[in-house]
Design a protein around this ligand. Structure first.
Ligand code: SAH
Length: 345
């Protein structure tokens, strides 16, 4: 049997070419594209302005990627929603909706599992299963938008997986997500978070996108970073920061540094001072996140006073700092926990 074509991962020009290859008229591509990316249909039969013969052809040759909502948990504290979606091959992924005053933000997963091995993270505990296709990343946003009946204005690729370890599909996803013929989310409202794959950061910088890069730093010395993040053995702190600086120079986009505060591990005054030194002269923003405890690991968050002190030190050095408001605390906060719990059941 012929492989079915993943039409939801295709750009409009690609779709035009593909349909013409099937002997169809070019204008059909725009109609199909709108069914996929504006109306988010879940069945070819809903594509009512396409002739029945074309719908039949599509059913035979094309795959319509649609995620199935397996479970949704809604926080009573702040309305955050955590979704567990089933992919068509039976794998499970998580996505999160966060409601802010400035709009709705969706946190998408980029892989099933992860192979980066960060010590405090639940997503990596069972390793990588596979990368998601662009259509599977997109459909997380579409399903959530449809489920709440409100527009999504921001997307952060901070769910399970390492987005830069799934580079081609990630870039395709960003292109489709920001396409004016689709959801048209501004690239400036898209953030990609990475544990620091240096060659891919540089490659991304060279693509001339306007997305925000968030770098998971989590330590201010090479030694401590290596302890928390095995990926740091492949790329030194110096190389990672140089790549971030390069990203800023190429794109003009301010870098976000994410720093999860782990009690007694990376939250001392010395850590704060070193972090301030490391980021000297960089156009950046530091996001402090109290580490979310994961039951398989024995890391605990720093206490409130430690966190405030850490922030104050950085501010004394003139750094731009925020403490990330923890959302959805009552619904399996940390990435990967919901999926893991579900699989264990
Ligand atoms: N792989 C990417 C994106 C996914 S993780 C990356 O590493 O950036 C998104 C963010 O959540 C990263 O900063 C990651 O380090 C952080 N994170 C993972 N588990 C966490 C936990 N238990 N508590 C706090 N932050 C966590």
């Amino acid at each position: 049997m012929r492989e079915q074509t993943d039409i939801k991962s295709m750009t409009l020009p690609e779709l035009e070419e593909w349909l013409m290859g099937l002997g169809e008229k070019k204008f059909r591509a725009k109609q199909l594209y709108q069914w996929l990316h504006i109306h988010h249909v879940t069945d070819f039969e809903e594509m009512t302005n396409l002739p029945a013969a074309l719908r039949k052809k599509l059913r035979a040759q094309a795959r319509l990627t649609v995620l199935r909502e397996e479970l949704v948990q809604i926080s009573r504290m702040d309305g955050t929603r955590k979704y567990l979606f089933a992919l068509q091959d039976g794998n499970m992924i998580e996505s999160v909706l966060m409601k802010y005053k400035h709009g709705n933000s969706v946190c998408v997963s980029s892989q099933v599992g992860c192979r980066m091995g960060c010590r405090f993270c639940a997503s990596t505990l069972d390793g990588l299963v596979r990368g998601l296709t662009a259509s599977e990343m997109l459909d997380q946003v579409y399903r959530i938008e449809d489920s709440i009946g409100e527009r999504i204005s921001n997307v952060v690729v901070m769910g399970s997986g390492e987005p830069l370890d799934n580079f081609e599909e990630l870039v395709r996803f960003i292109g489709l997500l920001s396409d004016e013929n689709g959801l048209h989310i501004s690239q400036r409202s898209i953030t990609v978070s990475t544990c620091g794959l240096v060659p891919q950061i540089r490659r991304l910088a060279d693509m001339g996108l306007q997305i925000t890069l968030a770098l998971s730093l989590h330590a201010s010395s090479q030694e401590k970073r290596q302890e928390l993040m095995p990926v740091a053995r492949s790329f030194s702190l110096e190389e990672v920061l140089a790549a971030c600086q390069y990203y800023f120079e190429k794109t003009g986009r301010r870098i976000t540094f994410e720093y999860s505060l782990v009690g007694g591990i990376n939250d001392t005054k010395e850590d704060a001072v070193r972090l301030a030194e490391l980021t000297r002269g960089m156009n950046c923003h530091i996001n402090l996140i109290p580490v979310n405890p994961v039951k398989e690991r024995d890391y605990a968050p720093s206490d409130q006073r430690e966190i405030c002190n850490f922030k104050n030190f950085l501010e004394k050095y003139g750094r731009n700092v925020t403490i990330r408001r923890e959302m959805g605390q009552d619904i399996d906060g940390a990435c990967g926990q919901l999926r893991k719990r579900f699989l264990e059941r």
